[in-house]
Write a protein that binds this ligand. Sequence first.
Ligand code: PMP
Length: 460
Amino acid sequence: LAFAALPCILRLSVSYSNTSPLTVLSGSSCYLHSYESSPSSPSISVTTYLDTRNNVPSVGHSNPNVNAAISAQVYAINTNTRYLHPNINSLASKLIATLPPLDGNDSWVVTLTNSGSESNDLALRIANWYTSGGPVITYDMSYHGHTSALISVSPYKLKQIGETSPRPNTYWLKHPNVYRCPSSSPSTHYKAEFDEVLSSIKSPPTLIYEIGMSVGGVCLPPPTYLAHVTDGVRARKGCVIYDCVQTGCGRFGENKWWGFEREDGAVPDIVTVGKPLGNGHPISALCAKKSVIRNFDTCGMEYFNTFGGNPVSCAAGLAVMEEVDRMRLPQNAEAVGSYLMSRFQAICSDFPTIVGDVRGVGLFIGVEILATPQTQQTSPLPPPPGTAETSWLCSKLKDEYRILSTIDGEHDNVIVVKPPLTFGVEEATYFTSCFRELVKKLLSLKASSNFDASGGKTPT
Ligand code: PMP
């Protein structure tokens, strides 16, 4: 079947089995278009979805400037990264310019890779060398990537196969969750938990932490927590890795290119960046302090990555960073994010038995859904999570309003909002208006005992 006639779809020749429908996607800024056809119904139907979940096309689906930069570099040259190309230095310099200045003679060093997993895997190798094999502290809802080493420090994954305790030389901390904290002082509570773990460790540790815990359901650390854990690890001559794979590149808003910029004194030893950097093209990076990575140089084993930092990937990364600046996307994340938060907060105040909490920063927002029946008191905290309700809401958002959303959190009851950074006020208004309607509908179904907890399909 030839699709050459369709705009947005590049001369695609495909064949498909007799039964399965064919779906082809294209995109533009915050929207995804799904073209569907099947042998039984060969005419093409097009459905357009508003994308509220996708932090990969950070500068908008099919961004023309990024596409042009990639194409131009493809025509010029693409090759093994043993051949030095100026794009490598340009991208590394641009990344370094976003990082905070370091003390004394220290500076940032950048290594380019092809995925968040590759960056984090290398970060663990560097940290392991730097700490002479010291233990790794991770969080009970974290995910850091798909290599074997990263799975071992990703309890979110380990729990899926029934592993509920840390692997050797690893410690799990409860992820800071201000809303569900058992104490009225989350900052003191989570710092004390960290101190307790640290005091039980004898050798220099590595801390790997994703500030904001995406799959944990957007849990930002309480005030001064970051500086506390950073200082704690550093005082033990350990290594701090902040995994900014999901949250980097301006998602947290103005003056916060990186999540750790929320707090003074929380500068890590290694920062990893991935998803948003290539707008869908595979490019990622590891930024490490020279004082930390220099040590790794002496380990004897070179690090080589055939495709990491190839000229085309670097062109993609450079174009994305230029687009972030040109369109002032961190400023947009700040402004539209605050507007979106205030609209969700209004829904939370109007329907507190369904929407328990709205939290986040910039265009990284979590909306926590509860199961509490309308008539029941929500005290004492924490109220029961509404897993089936969340699934119902996301399913209806997709089917009735063509809005793609995503569910995360320890109890699968947090709608995580992390759209392309080009998300505008119009999209935010539409999204929250539809969401409000669905919350009303959900309440009335529950009030009349007509809510079918198994009825919500898991959204795709
Ligand atoms: N770290 C975090 C926080 C992630 O969310 C992910 C991917 N979801 C990764 C690392 C791994 O990135 P990748 O899939 O690009 O390997």
